[in-house]
Design a protein around this ligand. Structure first.
Ligand code: ADP
Ligand code: ZN
Length: 607
C-alpha cells in the first residue's frame, strides 16, 4: 500500500512538470502597449499580423506560415485597447500587415490553457477521493454493513483447557455454557440467564481467549467485534452496524457475541468533545436498545471486555445489560506456571528447564506476555541452531520482555513488592483479629489492572442490611491495617494507602454526619445519602453551619486517629505472625483462604 501510493504520487509530479513546461513554451509573451506605441511598432515592421476584436488589438510579431495568417504559437504579442480610428485599416494595409477579424481560431489554445488544467485537477481530485474511500469508508460500497469480521466463527479450536488459571472466571462462565448447551433446562423453569457479561481486566490477560473458550465449550457460533470498529466516520454507520450485528446474532442463536474494547464505544455519554461524539452516542444508544430488545432466553449471550470499567456509561451496567462482571486478572505464580505449560506444549524443552523458575522470574506478566516469552525463547533457540529450548534462551527472553514492560511501568521492583506484601498482610491480619469483620478470602500482591498494587478480598459471611457502630469501626480498622503495617515494619509510609484512607474517611464521615453515631454531634443527620442519579456531591445542599462542618471534620479525624492507634497496637502484638504471612505472600504472590488459615496459630479464629 505504502509503496504503491508513493509510486502514483511520483507520476503525478511528472505530469505536473510536463504541464508547466508546455504552458511555458506555448504561451507567448504578452506586452501591453499604448495605441501610439502600437502604431509605432507597426510602422517599424515589428508586427506582421493584427487581430482586431471588438475592443482589443493584438499584434503578432511573426507569421510562420503566410497561409495560416495567425501564427499558432507566436513568441511575442502586443496588446492595446482598440481606439475608434477610421484610418487604422488603411494604415495597417500600408504597412503590409495581415488583418484578421476576431473570428480567430483559438480552439486549440483554449483547450491547452483551460481544459488541460481542469482535467488535471479532476484527476488529482479523483485520486484523493479514491484513496479516502479505501481508507475510511471501506470503499463506500459497504455502507452500513459490518466489517467482514462479523462473520460467525465456528470451530475455534479453543476450549477451557486452552485457558490456564482464571479458575474463578471459568466457574462464573460455566453456567453460561450450561445454558447455551441445554437452553431447555433453563427455559423450562423460567430461569433467566444474564444477557450481558463484562470481563474486566488488563490487556492480554485472556479475556478474548475466555470468550472464545465459552463458545468452543458450548459449540455455538462466535461473533467478535471491537468497540472501536463501531465508531465510523459517517454518522449513523455505527448504529447501523450494531443493528446488523444483532440481526445476524439473532438468526444464529444460540450464539456468543463478543465486544472487545467496550470502553471505546461505551464511554460515559456527554463527556466527549465535539466531533465523533454524537456518533458514539448514537451507536451506544443503539446497543442499549438492542440489548433491551431481545429476550434473555433467546440464546444470545453478549460478552464484552474492558480494562477501564470506571469510564463506562452507567447505563451499560444496569440490570438487563452488562450486569454481571467477571474479573480477569493478571496470573499469580501458580497460574503463570500453568500458562507456561499450555504454551510450551508443542515445544521441545531442554532437560532441566523448570517452568516454575521461569514463572518466579516473571511477576506481573500477563498471559499474553508469557505466550510471547515462550515464543521469543523458541525463536532464540532456532537462531542459535539448537535442538531444544534451554533455560538460557528463556533467561534472555525474560530480560528482553521485562525491559519492555518496565517502560510501561507494569512490573513492581523487589522493594515495592515487599512493601505491598506487608501492606496487604496488614489488612488481612486486622480483619482476622477483629470480631465483626468479614473473612479473608484471598490476599494477592499481583498488581491489579485497575489501580491497586495488591488486594485483600474479604467475603461477607451473610447478607447485611444493618451495620452496627462496632462493625463500621472495625471496617475502618481493616482499611487502616495496610498503612499501619507499613509504618510498623519500615518506619515509613507510602502513597499506596491512598484509596484505603479515602474509604476509611468516608465511613467515618458517614458515621458522624449521616448515621448520628457520634457523641459530640449527637443523633442528628447532617447529610442526605448521596442520590445515585445525581452526580455525587454536586447538588447537595449544605444544611449546616460552618461551625458544624468544622466539628464534623474534627470528629472524623479523631475517629481515624483513635482507630489507627488501636490497629498499630494489634499489629505490633502480632509482629512475628505479620512477618511470617508477609514472607509467604512474597513467595507465593497470592494466598487463598485455606493457605492463609494454615499460617495462623490454631487459637486464632480463622473465620
Ligand atoms: P485480552 O483479550 O484480555 O487482551 P487475549 O485473550 O487476547 O487477551 O490474550 C492474548 C493471548 O495471550 C492469548 O491468545 C493467549 O495466547 C495468551 N493468554 C492470555 N491469557 C492466557 C491464559 N490464561 N492461558 C493461556 N494463554 C493465555
Ligand atoms: Zn490497602
Amino acid at each position: 500500500m505504502e509503496k504503491k501510493m508513493s509510486f502514483s504520487l511520483y507520476y503525478l509530479f511528472i505530469a505536473l512538470g510536463v504541464f508547466m513546461l508546455l504552458q511555458y513554451w506555448l504561451s507567448p509573451q504578452i506586452t501591453n502597449v499604448s495605441y501610439t506605441q502600437f502604431k509605432k511598432l507597426v510602422s517599424e515592421q515589428k508586427i506582421n499580423s493584427v487581430v482586431i476584436s471588438s475592443n482589443l488589438l493584438k499584434g503578432f510579431d511573426k507569421v510562420e506560415d503566410a497561409q495560416k495568417k495567425e501564427p499558432l504559437f507566436p513568441k511575442q504579442v502586443y496588446v492595446t485597447p482598440r481606439v475608434d480610428d477610421r484610418g487604422l485599416v488603411d494604415f495597417l494595409e500600408k504597412n503590409n500587415v495581415d488583418i484578421i477579424a476576431e473570428n480567430e481560431n483559438t480552439l486549440l489554445r483554449t483547450i491547452l490553457s483551460w481544459v488541460l488544467p481542469a482535467l488535471i485537477f479532476v484527476g488529482i481530485w479523483m485520486f484523493f477521493m479514491r484513496r479516502m474511500g479505501q481508507g475510511a469508508a471501506g470503499g463506500m460500497m459497504t455502507l452500513g454493513k459490518s466489517k467482514a469480521k462479523i462473520i460467525a466463527q465456528t470451530d475455534l479450536g479453543v476450549d477451557f483447557s486452552s485457558v490456564a488459571g482464571q479458575e474463578e472466571a471459568k466457574q462464573e462462565l460455566a453456567e453460561v455454557i450450561e445454558f447455551l448447551k441445554t437452553p431447555e433446562k433453563f427455559t423450562r423453569l423460567g430461569a433467566k440467564i444474564p444477557k450481558g457479561i463484562l470481563l474486566v481486566g488488563p490487556p492480554g490477560t485472556g479475556k478474548t481467549l475466555l470468550a472464545k473458550a465459552v463458545a468452543g465449550e458450548s459449540g455455538v457460533p462466535f461473533f467478535s467485534i471491537s468497540g472501536s470498529d463501531f465508531i465510523e466516520m459517517f454518522v449513523g454507520l455505527g448504529a447501523a452496524r450494531v443493528r446488523d450485528l444483532f440481526e445476524q446474532a439473532n438468526a444464529k442463536a444460540p450464539c456468543i457475541v463478543f465486544i472487545d474494547e467496550l470502553d471505546s464505544l461505551g464511554k460515559a455519554r456527554g463527556t466527549g468533545m465535539l466531533g465523533g461524539h454524537d456518533e458514539r452516542e448514537q451507536t451506544l444508544n443503539q446497543l442499549l436498545a438492542e440489548m433491551d430488545g431481545f429476550e434473555a432466553n433467546k440464546g444470545v449471550v453478549i460478552l464484552a471486555a474492558t480494562n477501564r470499567p470506571e469510564i463506562l456509561d452507567p447505563a451499560l451496567l444496569r440490570p438487563g445489560r452488562f450486569d454481571r462482571h467477571i474479573l480477569v486478572d493478571r496470573p499469580d505464580l501458580k497460574e503463570r506456571v500453568a500458562i507456561l505449560a499450555v504454551h510450551s506444549k508443542g515445544i521441545k524443552l531442554a532437560p532441566g528447564v523448570d517452568l516454575e523458575i521461569i514463572a518466579r522470574r516473571t511477576p506481573g506478566f500477563t498471559g499474553a506476555d508469557l505466550a510471547n516469552l515462550v515464543n521469543e525463547a523458541t525463536l532464540l533457540a532456532v537462531r542459535k541452531g539448537r535442538e531444544d529450548v534451554s533455560g538460557e534462551e528463556f533467561e534472555a527472553a525474560i530480560d528482553r520482555i521485562v525491559a519492555g514492560l518496565e517502560k510501561k511501568n507494569r512490573v513492581l521492583n523487589e522493594n515495592e513488592k515487599k512493601t505491598v506484601a506487608y501492606h496487604e498482610t496488614g489488612h488481612a491480619l486486622v480483619a482476622t483479629f477483629r470480631k465483626t469483620t468479614e473473612k479473608v478470602h484471598k490476599i494477592s500482591i499481583v498488581p491489579r489492572g485497575i489501580g491497586a498494587l495488591g488486594y485483600t478480598m474479604q467475603l461477607p459471611t451473610e447478607d447485611r442490611f444493618l451495620m452496627s457502630k462496632t462493625e463500621l469501626l472495625e471496617k475502618i480498622d481493616v482499611l487502616l491495617g495496610g498503612r499501619a503495617a507499613e509504618k510498623l515494619i519500615f518506619g515509613e509510609i507510602t502513597t499506596g494507602a491512598q484509596n484505603d484512607l479515602q474509604r476509611a474517611t468516608e465511613i467515618a464521615r458517614s458515621m458522624v454526619a449521616m448515621y448520628g453515631m457520634d457523641e459530640k454531634l449527637g443523633q442528628v443527620t447532617y447529610q442526605q445519602p448521596a442520590n445515585q442519579f445525581l452526580q455525587q456531591g454536586m447538588f447537595q445542599p449544605k444544611e449546616f453551619s460552618e461551625q458544624t462542618a468544622l466539628m464534623i471534620d474534627e470528629e472524623v479525624r479523631r475517629i481515624i486517629e483513635e482507630r489507627m492507634a488501636g490497629v498499630e497496637k494489634t499489629l505490633a502484638a502480632q509482629r512475628p505472625l505479620l512477618e511470617k504471612v508477609a514472607q509467604t505472600l512474597l513467595e507465593k504472590e497470592a494466598l487463598d483462604d485455606e493457605e492463609f488459615k494454615a499460617l495462623l496459630p490454631p487459637e486464632v479464629k480463622a473465620g
